[in-house]
Design a protein. Structure first.
Length: 83
């Protein structure tokens, strides 16, 4: 009655959803998402989501404008110290 779905699969002699690839797909998707966040690849998508929430009536920068502004900011705000 109170058994989980995985416990029911194991009791029935079948493999759990995690063992059949569902868990592997989720793990790979999570790793891809983390990699995109670490490399900055998802920065434009995060910008679009935040822009839609904070400025619903304004058009966002194009992808090209965003990346140019991001690299310009990185070049202008160079920090030589730890703080």
């Amino acid at each position: 009655m109170g058994r989980s779905r995985d416990a029911q699969h194991l009791a029935a002699g079948s493999r759990s959803p995690a063992a059949t690839g569902g868990g592997m797909r989720a793990a790979v998707a999570r790793m891809r998402s983390l990699w995109r966040d670490m490399t900055g690849e998802s920065a434009y998508e995060r910008y679009l989501a935040r822009h839609a929430l904070e400025h619903p009536g304004c058009a966002p920068m194009s992808s090209r404008e965003f990346w140019r502004a991001r690299s310009r900011l990185a070049e202008e705000s160079i920090s030589t110290g730890c703080c």
